[in-house]
Design a protein around this ligand. Structure first.
Ligand SMILES: *Cc1c(COP(=O)(O)O)cnc(C)c1O
Length: 381
């Protein structure tokens, strides 16, 4: 390795086509939720095998919208994994309900099914499994464990991913996706809810739009300008702009190509890194079509030549950006203090927080970038 590189952990795949897509809404003057969002929703629903897709401002607001539409509130409990992005738990608190953490399996980074069973009470109103890094949670096992409790998918990382041949977002009562630039397709910020439930979709569309039961679009196009919407529900403004919708449409067309490329390079990493005894590469089986939002390894510090953090510093000095997979939410200040939680309460999440290592994986990387990352890691052996 002679030449020094700078390889970011993630970069969005946007360019000329997204730039051109912005022209139409900007010239037409229809800037907020309108025809582009409607088209993006229709295409997204089709790609994920669901009847309805409802665009929002983020995955976080999508999750909040779902829980609100399910009437989850004070006194209710929602089970969430202890290892996830913080907003999976935050949205439960936004509703005035209580997040009940369950531990994760450090082999999959997802909810450990045997840890969910003893968290279910008569107050449990939903389980919120996360398809972390693009690998779906074991949804059938959860459905079997809790047949009468709605499963809400945090599919932030799972655009285009599948489980036993079924798309993420079609596996529970509703799913929530993110279009933050760290995810495989992006609209800058943005989110999408998917569901097959007609009544839930209607409710979510109303709550997304201030609780108004006639959309702005209908009001503009309809023949009865004197009709004002009714406001029978407490709503929010969670509408996506048509600028984002236009970009999302282009990004969605690229999704399968982007995922295929990510899959090939994830396989390359797994092949090349298999000889490193202290590094466990992501586990995938036939049943899971991985979304590869991130390529997250687990460092076995009992046999590793140095601690994970020291490895991350070394890799950074070589210009290779890495990150911990995500957080153990029960160790974050707000949750630790408010709920009196200790690291050992969720040992799987604690270990994932300490020992996961996300390597750069994105669609702006070249073949030689991937070789460079592998060579840098092998220098650590
Ligand atoms: C990124 C992410 C979110 C938040 O998505 P936003 O669109 O930024 O709100 C939620 N959950 C998980 C698992 C994520 O990775």
């Amino acid at each position: 390795m002679t030449e020094h590189r700078n390889i970011p952990i993630s970069l969005p795949s946007t360019g000329e086509e997204e730039w051109l897509a912005l022209k139409e809404p900007l010239l037409s003057g229809w800037l907020t939720q309108g025809p582009k969002v409607a088209a993006f929703e229709a295409d997204f629903a089709k790609r994920h095998g669901v009847k309805h897709a409802v665009a929002t401002t983020s995955c976080t607001t999508s999750l909040h919208l779902i829980l609100t539409a399910l009437d989850i509130g004070p006194g209710d409990e929602v089970i969430v994994p202890a290892f996830t992005w913080v907003s999976t738990a935050n949205v439960v608190l936004y509703c005035g309900a209580t997040p009940i953490f369950a531990d994760v399996d450090p082999k999959t980074y997802n909810l450990a099914i045997d840890q969910v069973a003893n968290k279910i009470t008569e107050r449990t109103k939903a389980i919120l499994p996360v398809h972390l890094f693009g690998r779906c949670a074991d949804m059938d096992a959860l459905a079997e464990l809790a047949p009468n409790i709605p499963l809400v998918e945090d599919a932030a990382c799972a655009a285009g991913a599948a489980y036993k041949g079924r798309a993420a977002g079609s596996l529970g009562i509703a799913g929530a996706f993110s279009f933050h630039p760290r995810k495989s397709i992006t609209t800058g910020e943005g989110g999408m809810v998917t569901t097959n439930d007609d009544a839930l979709a209607d409710r979510m569309r109303i709550i997304r739009n201030h609780g108004a039961s006639i959309s702005e679009e209908q009001r503009h196009l309809g023949p009865k300008p004197y009709i004002l919407p009714e406001f029978n529900l407490l709503g929010f403004n969670y509408r996506m702009t048509d600028l984002q919708g236009a970009v999302g449409l282009v990004q969605l067309q690229k999704l399968d190509g982007l995922l295929e490329e990510r899959r090939q390079w994830a396989e390359y990493y797994s092949r090349e890194l298999a000889s490193i005894k202290w590094l466990r590469t992501p586990q995938v089986t036939e049943e899971y079509s991985h979304g590869w939002q991130a390529y997250v390894c687990f460092v076995d510090e009992t046999v590793a030549p140095r601690p994970r953090n020291s490895m991350m510093e070394f890799l950074q000095s070589k210009g290779v950006s890495t990150r911990p997979g995500t957080h153990a939410v029960h160790l974050l200040g707000y949750y630790k203090d408010r709920f009196g939680l200790a690291p050992e309460d969720f040992p799987g999440a604690r270990d994932c927080d300490r020992f996961t290592l996300a390597l750069p994986l994105h669609n702006q990387m070249t073949a030689s970038d991937y070789r460079y990352v592998v060579a840098a890691l092998k220098e650590l052996e």
